[in-house]
Design a protein around this ligand. Structure first.
Ligand code: CMP
Length: 143
């Protein structure tokens, strides 16, 4: 079953949005496989955002994502990578539709609440960057 990496960014944690974000994914019908509150080191930030190295906003991006705790998660389900991106809305919250996480909770592109993998390759890479294999639990529902 497909898996994706989802992270509530420091602004989402500061604004007490973890619960509402987790609830949206649960209610949608996806399965939580792993979750942790953690600080991102500069080294991990540079790996995670490696594709943006050299862009004008890269330094701000790294200093923001390392500025406070993030809530890192792995979610599983059918087509979860694309569905999660629909649920998050466009990268810039000003372009994100109401009803999406960024559309409902965000204002600026730098502080856009949440990150989600954009492809199966990114999902594999990002999950492996943030979680050990033993931390990822896939399970059958009792009912
Ligand atoms: P994310 O999905 O985490 O992936 C890269 C991030 O870079 C993106 O969300 C935005 O938060 C950030 N980003 C993209 N464009 C800009 C920009 N022009 N200025 C600041 N941050 C940006």
């Amino acid at each position: 079953m497909e898996k994706t990496f989802i992270m509530v960014k420091p602004d989402g944690v500061q604004r007490d949005l973890i619960g509402q974000i987790v609830e949206r994914f649960e209610k949608k019908g996806f399965q939580l496989n792993a979750a942790k509150l953690m600080l991102i080191t500069e080294e991990l930030a540079e790996k995670h955002y490696g594709e943006h190295k050299g862009k004008p906003f890269f330094n701000d991006l790294v200093s923001f994502i390392t500025s406070g705790p993030v809530f890192a998660m792995v979610w599983q389900g059918e087509n979860v990578i694309a569905s999660a991106r629909q649920m998050m809305g466009k990268t810039n919250p000003q372009d994100a539709l109401p009803g999406t996480i960024r559309g409902d909770f965000g204002v600026t592109v730098g502080k856009n609440i949440i990150h989600g993998s954009d492809s199966p390759e990114s999902a594999d890479r990002e999950i492996a960057l943030f979680f050990e294999k033993e931390e990822i639990l896939s399970y059958d529902k009792a009912n």
